[in-house]
Design a protein around this ligand. Sequence first.
Ligand SMILES: [Zn+2]
Length: 378
Amino acid sequence: MTRQRVLITTAILLLIAILALPAIPPRSQAQGDRLNVIASFSILADVVAQVAGEDAAVTSLMPVGANPHAYSPSAQDVAALSDADLVFVVGANYEEGLLPVLREAAGANVVAASQCVPIRPISGVVDPDHHAEQHDGEHNGERGHEEPVRFGAPCDTHYEAVAAAFDQDAAALLSGTLGPLNTLACPGDVHHDEKDEHAHDPGSCDPHVWTDPLNAALWTLTIRDTLAARDPDHADAYAANAEHYLGELAALDAEVRALIETIPADRRAIITNHAAFNYFAARYGLELVGVVIPGGSTTSEPSVQEVLRLIETVQAHHVAAIFTETTVSEALARQIADETGAALVPLYTGSLSQPEDGAGTYLDYIRFNAATIAEALR
Ligand SMILES: [Zn+2]
């Protein structure tokens, strides 16, 4: 080969390489040509995986059985987060232990799945002086009633699509909520860097949105749009998967509604270990009369007076069962159960189960919890 031909060949190869550059999507090498997607915990990871199908690799940062409120990331977690193409989190301050790492390691790739979800204020802190307010919804809805809750683009179209799929009146669904917040933390929330202060003020965000299947549907549409924007080649597949899953979520909602209707109306008062089921209770007409662990997290403890009030509440409302959880200690709930004769009934809250234990997917997690609640209260 002459020197001239070598130069021409090199120039052509360089030109081809330069032309090809913009077509190479910014994806992790480790996952081949699939997007490398991390979700903060197992429940969200399952919903992301339903939308992603075969076209993205989805893993959960926290393992099954971990308590997301108390989780602190390992060095491997930090490395995995920086390698990911996308990181989905609940937001609304749920991943309180992960926030600094999320902001640093994953930066712009972090997406709050709940950005289009109407967020409820924390409630369920048992205080007889405010009890009536909690019951009539005034207290819960205080901030929501100040001005009508509004969605902006693209959340408004998501919200209308989900309300239609679930055959619900969109405006009614927004009552008692703070509206969509589009944030990892919670505006107006307590600052967690102030010396172990983990209590939430009433009115700050309740992050446990997924216990209402309608909110899982809102997650689904945000996940669909995010995956499609990052990986347009598979946008049609993501849209089809999301559409299919929306149908499954709407069917789940009808199934749960029918199950809860089998509970006599005067036996629908519940007490949970921490405030994990407010969205479920609001959706299906259960009355949350107390939580054992105050605040919206699992990191605080009730005072002696609060425990005594809970015992009174259990007796006054003839509460049949205190719902405990697989990821958080039931020691305090056991004390109250021993005093009152209420049964202790474990639910899955911040984690799926292993598949063989009946709550290995989000759909089965809701089915398991609804069936367990219905059976305990009937
Ligand atoms: Zn929780």
